[in-house]
Design a protein. Structure first.
Length: 550
C-alpha cells in the first residue's frame, strides 16, 4: 500500500451535475406531483425529458448554493443531499401549517410521510411556500457543531422544536423516509428502462429519461487519461472510494474509457458500505459507515478491513494505516481520510462557493490543489527530502508523516517500526529508533546536521545513510536561504573545513562532498535481519598517503 492513491469520484474525476439534477427533480416531483404533496392543482405530472429541461427544473427547485451548503457540512452522498432537502422542506411545511391553523397537525399524527394514506391526508392540508431554503439554520442550534450523518440525525430534534411535538425516528438517517426518497431519486437518475432492469419493476412515474445519460466529464478526458497514466508510471496503484453504487460508478468510467486505470482490489462503493452496515445491524449495532467514516477508504485500501469492523474475531491481524493517499473534494473526504490515517489531498473542482472552500480548508487537508491534474507534480514534490526538511520548520507533524512515508516507500521499512524523536539542539531534528523483524533491541537512527564523524563500516550503514540524507536536506535549505544574500562561499561559512571519517586522512569538507557524490551508488539490498532498505552500497575513502589528502 506504499504507493496507493484512493480517489473520490464525484467532484474529482467525474461530475456530480447529473446527480444534482436527479436530487432536484426528486424534490420537484414530491412537491408538485398529484401522487405526492401536490402543491399545484394539476391532475397530471409530466417529467422533464431533456438534459436542458432537467437542469432548469432541478436548479430552480434545489439551487446549487444549497447543495454546496450540504456538501460543505460533510453530507457527501447525493442520496443524503436529496433527503436533507426533502426533510427540511417537509418540516417547514408542517411548521407553517401548525402556525396557520393551530392544532391541525394533530390530525396528521403519527407522522408517516412515506405512506400513501398519510401523504393523501397531508396533501389536503398543505400550504407550502415554494422557493429555496434558509440554510442559515445550520449555524444555530440544534445543528451548530454537527456535520455529516450526525447532522442529518439532528432533524428529529429540529422538528420537535419547531412543531412543538415529540418527533423521533421520522427524519433521521434510519427512517423509512430515507429509502422512500432514494427510490424516487433512482427513478430519475437511472431512467425508466435502466431502473426496470436494475430493480425488476417499473418506476412509479413513467417517462423518466434517466439523468445518468446526461453525464458529462468534469475535466478534458484526454488530460485526465494522461494524468492517470503518469500516476501509474510513477509506480502508484490507483483505486477509488465513492458513495455511488457499483453500477453507477462504473457507467461513466466505462463511457470515458477510464475504468481500466483502477485496480479492482482497491475499489469501494456504496454496495460495500451497505453490506457491512447490514452485518453490523445483525449484531445489534447501528453504526453508519458512509463518509466521513473511515470505512470506505480503509476498505478500498485493504479488503480485509470489512472483517476487521464486522467480525473482529475473524481478522488475522491489525491493519496498517497511513500508507496511502486520499484525494477528495469535500470535507467528508478529508475527514474520512484523516480518520483512516491517510495523507489527504483536497481538490477545488468540487467546491464552488467561498463558504464551501472555507469549510474545506477548516477540515485541514494536508495539501490542496486546483484539480487532479496537478497530483503527479505534487506527489513528486512531497517525495523529496528537501521538501520534508523545509516543512519541518513550519508544519512539523506533516513533515514527520511525510518522512515516515518516505521510509515506507524507499526503504521498505514498516512505519510502525520507526519512532521519530525530536532533538531541540539540531536544526535537522528528525531522529528515531527502529526495530528489525525478530529483533527486539532498538537501534538508533539519526539525521542530525551537527554529527560529522561517522563510521562507514557495514554495521553502521543505517546511521550513515540517514545522516547523509539529513545533511543533504540541510545544505539545500541553507543554500536556498542564503543564496539571495550574496554569500557565495556559503559552504565554507556554514560547514566545518575538516572532518575525520573512520580514521582516514582529513579532507576539506567541500572535497569530501565532491568525492562522495562521484563514488556513492544507492542500491537496494536485503539485510540479514530481513528488512529491505536503500543504503550506501560502496564508499571509497582515499588512503592517508594520497596526493590529494593535503
Amino acid at each position: 500500500m506504499n504507493d496507493l492513491i484512493i480517489f473520490d469520484l464525484d467532484g474529482v474525476i467525474t461530475s456530480e451535475e447529473a446527480y444534482w439534477d436527479a436530487a432536484g427533480l426528486t424534490l420537484h416531483e414530491l412537491m408538485y406531483s398529484p401522487r405526492y404533496w401536490g402543491i399545484r392543482a394539476s391532475k397530471n405530472y409530466s417529467p422533464a425529458t431533456t438534459a436542458e429541461e432537467s437542469r432548469y427544473i432541478s436548479r430552480s427547485t434545489l439551487p446549487e448554493s444549497e447543495i454546496m451548503v450540504y456538501k460543505a457540512r460533510s453530507i457527501n452522498s447525493n442520496w443524503d443531499t436529496c433527503y436533507a432537502a426533502v426533510c427540511l422542506r417537509l418540516i417547514d411545511a408542517l411548521a407553517l401549517l401548525q402556525k396557520q391553523v393551530p392544532g391541525t397537525i394533530s390530525d396528521l399524527l403519527p407522522l408517516r410521510p412515506w405512506e400513501s394514506d398519510w401523504i393523501a391526508a397531508f396533501r389536503e392540508k398543505i400550504t407550502l411556500r415554494a422557493g429555496s431554503l434558509d440554510t442559515s439554520l445550520f449555524d444555530v442550534p440544534p445543528f451548530l457543531g454537527y456535520t455529516g450523518l450526525e447532522l442529518i440525525n439532528r432533524f428529529d430534534v429540529y422538528a420537535s422544536e419547531v412543531l412543538e411535538i415529540s418527533v423521533e425516528g421520522i427524519f433521521s438517517r434510519y427512517s423509512p423516509l430515507w429509502a422512500f426518497c432514494r427510490d424516487i431519486f433512482q427513478e430519475w437518475y437511472l431512467g425508466e428502462e435502466l431502473y426496470t432492469q436494475t430493480y425488476g419493476h417499473a418506476p412509479a412515474q413513467t417517462g423518466k429519461p434517466g439523468c445518468i445519460h446526461f453525464e458529462r466529464p468534469l475535466l478534458p478526458l484526454e488530460e485526465v487519461r494522461v494524468t492517470l497514466e503518469r500516476l501509474r508510471e510513477q509506480g502508484n496503484i490507483l483505486g477509488f472510494a465513492t458513495g455511488r453504487v457499483r453500477q453507477e460508478a462504473e457507467y461513466p468510467l466505462k463511457m470515458y474509457d477510464l475504468l481500466h486505470y483502477f485496480d479492482e482490489q482497491h475499489i469501494s462503493t456504496y454496495d460495500d458500505v451497505e453490506r457491512a452496515e447490514a452485518k453490523l445491524r445483525a449484531r445489534g449495532e447501528q453504526t453508519l459507515l458512509s463518509k466521513p467514516h473511515s470505512f470506505p477508504f480503509l476498505f478500498a485500501a485493504k479488503r480485509d478491513y470489512e472483517n476487521a469492523i464486522t467480525r473482529p474475531e475473524a481478522c488475522s491481524g491489525s491493519l496498517r494505516h497511513g500508507s496511502f493517499v486520499v484525494v477528495g473534494d469535500s470535507t467528508s473526504d478529508i475527514l474520512g481520510g484523516h480518520a483512516a490515517g491517510a495523507l489527504t489531498v483536497a481538490v477545488l473542482t468540487g467546491v464552488r462557493t467561498a463558504e464551501a472552500r472555507t469549510l474545506l480548508a477548516q477540515s485541514e487537508p494536508d495539501f490542496t490543489i486546483e484539480d487532479m491534474r496537478q497530483l503527479p507534480a505534487l506527489l513528486t514534490e512531497i517525495d523529496s527530502l528537501a521538501t520534508i526538511q523545509h516543512l519541518q520548520f513550519t508544519e512539523r507533524k506533516k513533515a514527520e508523516r511525510l518522512l515516515l512515508g518516505w521510509f515506507a516507500r524507499h526503504m521498505q521499512l514498516a512505519t510502525e517500526s520507526v519512532t521519530l524523536m525530536p532533538r531541540a539542539v539540531s536544526l535537522n531534528s528528525f531522529n528515531g529508533i527502529y526495530r528489525s523483524d525478530g529483533d527486539c533491541s532498538p537501534r538508533p537512527v539519526t539525521t542530525s546536521s551537527n554529527h560529522y564523524e561517522y563510521c562507514m563500516k557495514k554495521s553502521s550503514r543505517w546511521s550513515f545513510i540517514l545522516w547523509y540524507i539529513g545533511r543533504s536536506c540541510l545544505t539545500s535549505y541553507v543554500r536556498s536561504r542564503w543564496a539571495t544574500r550574496g554569500i557565495s562561499a556559503w559552504k565554507h561559512w556554514f560547514l566545518p573545513r575538516r572532518v575525520s571519517v573512520n580514521g582516514c586522512s582529513t579532507f576539506t569538507r567541500r572535497r569530501l562532498l565532491e568525492r562522495r557524490a562521484k563514488r556513492m551508488r544507492l542500491l537496494p539490498f536485503t539485510s540479514s535481519s530481513g528488512i529491505a532498505s536503500a543504503v550506501a552500497d560502496s564508499v571509497t575513502i582515499t588512503p592517508a598517503n594520497s596526493s590529494d589528502s593535503q
